[in-house]
Write a protein that binds this ligand. Sequence first.
Ligand code: CP
Ligand code: NVA
Length: 311
Amino acid sequence: MARRHFLSLKDWSREQIEGLFDLAAGMKADPGAWSEALKGRSLAMVFQKPSTRTRVSFEVGMFQLGGQALFLGANDIQLHRGETVGDTAAVLSRYVDGIMARVFAHQDVLDLARHGTVPVINGLSDLLHPCQALADYFTLRERRGQVSGLKMAYIGDGNNVCHALMFGAVKLGCPMSVGCPKGHEPNKLISKSAAREAQKLGSPAPEVTNDPMAAVAGADVVYTDVWASMGQEAEHKQRLEIFQGYKVTPEMMAAAKPEAVFMHCLPAHRGEEVDAAVIDGPQSVVFDEAENRLHVQKAVLVTLMGGVGPR
Ligand code: CP
Ligand code: NVA
């Protein structure tokens, strides 16, 4: 899919991702300079699932850039009554300058991009969460100066966040180790695709292991996410048992580098995938990640929607 959209980090080169980081850093340092960058532009925000960070950061981001965002909840639009994704994309494209969508089936964001005529941003699908990964690597770059070579350990469910981080790791040259229970490894197609990209770019391919302590050994980042994602609520109880041993604890953090940071996309469940002592402890950067969603997404919006430069 063309870079006209932001659907997966796989579609963006390392230079383009670094360009987004530079733009986001400039916007974070001087937000006022960009207050008219998207003046008169509108973003439709389609949400098939709930959200705190994605909704608020996109809505506030558009406001700070001089534009407006329209919240279109699952039950608010005709999509809910059977209007096709294709027709929805075609119609929205006649009114707005961009579409951000949070969906279940990844095919829905692909269809929005295919049938619409405006840029589409993936605000999370069952397969990928590229806005989150972009904010996370930006957070690491802020703290460490550069991300290339930093070891990312992802512990828990091989889900949408994990997949997006895998593509980011490959693009940015980070070794990544995923530690997950048997049967909950990352999607095979994503793993293959990430490995192919890694080979092309000369980056290390993400590794997968069922041993969480092996995954975190010597890591610069220990990352986790919920064990039951949105749409998997019925499996929650069963998953609590399956994922025992994959909780990020102080003991697990001690196996990483002493300067390692703890990351989580949020929302978190203290006592399930992470101990409170870790997420609320000195190594945690979870609220920086959440804040940086705003800055990196503003950079994506201006890049895709053709905003003018700073005043
Ligand atoms: N991390 C994230 O996307 O959070 P929300 O579900 O609150 O948007
Ligand atoms: N994996 C989680 C991420 C939430 C931001 C989910 O899809 O629910």
